[in-house]
Design a protein around this ligand. Structure first.
Ligand SMILES: Nc1ncnc2c1ncn2[C@@H]1O[C@H](COP(=O)(O)OP(=O)(O)OP(=O)(O)O)[C@@H](O)[C@H]1O
Length: 299
């Protein structure tokens, strides 16, 4: 059940929103889709779902094209949330469940389970407009998963949620993945992708600039972060060969260095005359990689 995008392009008039994108999203995986504003993430999701036509390329799920008659296999949480404010949660979700082939009884049972899980069972007979934004978001999420889809596409699922609800939603998503759902999600929060995904793609102006396994991406990035906490000023390290970036912090400094050997030299330079509490070499964060690869286009 692999989702494959093969040389996919989308043009709106003369503007190319997605440009020759090829990705393979493995089965039962959580795949992170990243990119700055306007990079082409939502456009890609809409093409995967068949909501808009591709200009070129091919998209297959389990070897076949995705079409409306497969909507019971797919769940979608759109970026612009689309619930009917005047309808009660119960009526709305039963309606959506039935649209995807569920019986009324099954849809209600499933809805009640999710409301319990999200700790909002009292909202079953409330109108959507009576709910807070975060709780509306949870209802929208339930509408994407109520029919137990095999493929789940989540556009910015964590936006607008407080930290407790972010954790609650993360747990739910991980559970779905463990039960066999393939999940693709976009986020502007690198830490969420770092925590949840093994594979990812970063889009820039419709083109993939980074793609593959997160571990491999971090290793191949080369640069490392060096965290030093201790007494005194570390200002002189700014000009040390191999130091790309220097950032003072309350306890010391954080450096971005070109490779591991630089940390050895810095260690030797520091050990004779300073009290060092922490000296730690870290992999680059996804945030570092994103800023390096995508940031240049903002300059
Ligand atoms: N229906 C449309 N008509 C014309 N241009 C469009 C249309 N939809 C999207 N675009 C353009 O395509 C590009 C990609 O937009 P898209 O919404 O896919 O980006 P995104 O990565 O989801 O951005 P964001 O993170 O801001 O939500 C943008 O330049 C946008 O203006």
């Amino acid at each position: 059940m692999t989702l494959i995008l093969n040389h996919v392009t989308k043009q709106f008039g003369s503007h190319t929103a997605v440009n020759d994108l090829s990705i393979e999203i493995p089965e039962r995986e959580m795949f992170g889709f990243l990119g700055g504003n306007g990079a082409g993430k939502t456009t890609t999701f809409r093409m995967i779902l068949g909501l808009i036509d591709k200009t070129a390329g091919k998209i297959t799920w389990n070897g076949e094209s995705i079409s409306y008659n497969k909507s019971h296999l797919i769940g979608y949480l759109p970026e612009e949330r689309g619930l009917y404010p005047k309808l009660k949660v119960r009526d709305q979700l039963i309606y959506l469940g039935k649209l995807r082939g569920m019986s009324k009884v099954d849809a209600l049972l499933e809805l009640k389970k999710w409301l319990e899980r999200f700790k909002i069972p009292e909202y079953l007979d409330k109108k959507v407009e009576e709910l807070s934004k975060g709780n509306q978001q949870k209802i929208q999420f339930i509408s994407a998963v109520i029919h137990k889809p095999q493929l789940l596409i989540l556009d910015e699922p964590f936006s607008g949620l407080d930290p407790i609800n972010v954790e609650m939603l993360k747990e739910a998503i991980v559970d779905l993945k463990d039960k066999g759902t393939s999940i693709v999600f976009s986020s502007h929060q690198m830490s969420h992708v770092e925590e949840l995904c093994r594979h990812l793609c970063i889009l820039q102006k419709g083109r993939p600039v980074v793609q593959g396994n997160l571990r491999d991406i971090k290793q191949s990035f080369g640069r490392k972060n060096l965290i030093i906490h201790g007494q005194g000023s570390f200002e002189s390290l700014k000009n040390h060969p191999g130091v790309n970036k220097y950032r003072p912090v309350a306890e010391g400094c954080e450096l971005q260095i070109t490779d591991e050997s630089v940390s050895q030299e810095i260690f030797s330079a520091l050990r004779d005359f300073r009290f060092i509490r922490k000296f730690e070499l870290e992999e680059p964060t996804l945030n570092d990689i994103f800023i390096e690869k995508v940031g240049a286009s903002y300059a």
